[in-house]
Design a protein. Structure first.
Length: 328
């Protein structure tokens, strides 16, 4: 499975004390390296409970490589850390299957990792995951750019559900509702709750890299923990904010269920979950249409959801019509 992810630049094989990668062979002339590490969080508890393990492997890669591409970087290679009390080779193999799939989706090579057996540290059947991704961009091509300004367009790329954030709250809501993960999902009765919640995080790397290479993208923001409210400001210059319009995109069914069952107010939803937008792109009005076309050609569902505004004080991100659009 690891071999299937080989790409230009891979310079070694599994089994050594470290993975090797040749930046020149990968086509870079004067690169800056960018590294990211992340995990899957308590979504793993659901994977443990329902016995579905490959999707969290995809999540693991996605959480790292999506953080690289927002900086204008091409993900190059990936390493994983799998820790458990006693190795269940079938579960571990399915996790690695998902990791390899995520690497293929992002163009990354799986060049190494660590499997740690630590008896007494984990309950039987439990495991934890961490991922490590390294990417590169040519010097001078990093994002965000320094020219973000008022009236720039904010584009939203549709998410694939919850992705990998907020699952402690999700699990608590299910508990309060008396739901088991084998029960039909209240928001999708064609699947069990566990299956629906384990939909893997969407990987935006290839579509966003295509947009970066073919048009003038000013910034990207990966919408993870902190939701729309806290992630978009991470790429904005001081004195600028964003107005979003909640009526401009559809809220996937899992989110209204969570809001109603958990008594979660709309603004808190926007601060906790991606609420249907997994990646945000900022571009000038002159280039927004071209970027949308490129993203759609690469399979993304993309919608203009707001604009950059002058906002020296107060909340950087304001979601307009949120109460009306997200009423449950």
């Amino acid at each position: 499975m690891a071999k299937s992810t080989d790409r230009p630049g891979v310079a070694g094989s599994l089994g050594g004390f470290g993975g090797l990668f040749d930046l020149k062979a990968a086509g870079f002339m004067d690169p800056i390296l960018i590294a990211a590490t992340d995990g899957v969080g308590t979504k793993l508890k659901i994977a443990h409970d329902v016995g579905i393990h490959h999707t969290v492997g995809i999540d693991l890669v996605a959480m790292c490589v999506n953080d690289l591409v927002v900086q204008g970087a091409e993900p190059l290679f990936f390493l994983d850390y799998f820790a458990t009390g006693k190795l269940d080779t079938k579960a571990a193999a399915n996790v690695v299957k998902g990791i390899a799939e995520g690497c293929l989706q992002s163009g990354s090579a799986l060049i190494g990792g660590e499997t740690a057996e630590m008896p007494g540290m984990y309950a039987p059947g439990d495991y934890d995951l961490a991922g490590f991704s390294v990417g590169a961009a040519e010097r001078g091509a990093l994002l965000p750019s320094g020219d973000i300004e008022p009236h720039d367009v904010v584009l939203g790329l549709a998410s694939n559900g919850l992705h990998s954030n907020g699952f402690s709250l999700v699990r608590k809501v299910a508990e309060v509702e008396g739901l088991k993960f084998g029960d039909p999902a209240p928001f999708d009765t064609s699947r069990s709750l566990g299956e629906a919640l384990l939909d893997p995080t969407r990987i935006y790397v290839k579509s966003c890299l295509a947009a970066i290479k073919k048009s003038e993208v000013k910034a990207l923001a990966h919408i993870t923990g902190g939701g729309l409210i806290e992630n978009i400001p991470r790429v904005l210059p001081e004195g600028l904010g964003v107005d979003l319009y909640a009526k401009s995109w559809d809220l996937p069914a899992v989110f209204p269920w969570l809001a109603k069952a958990g008594g979660i107010q709309p603004r808190e939803m926007a601060r906790t979950f991606n609420c249907g937008i997994g990646m945000v792109i900022i571009a000038s009005p002159d280039h927004a249409a071209d970027i949308q076309e490129i993203l759609r050609e690469h399979g993304e569902e993309v919608t203009p959801i707001g604009e950059v505004v002058e906002r020296p004080d107060g909340d950087a991100v304001i979601v307009h019509d949120i109460e009306e659009a997200w009423k449950v």
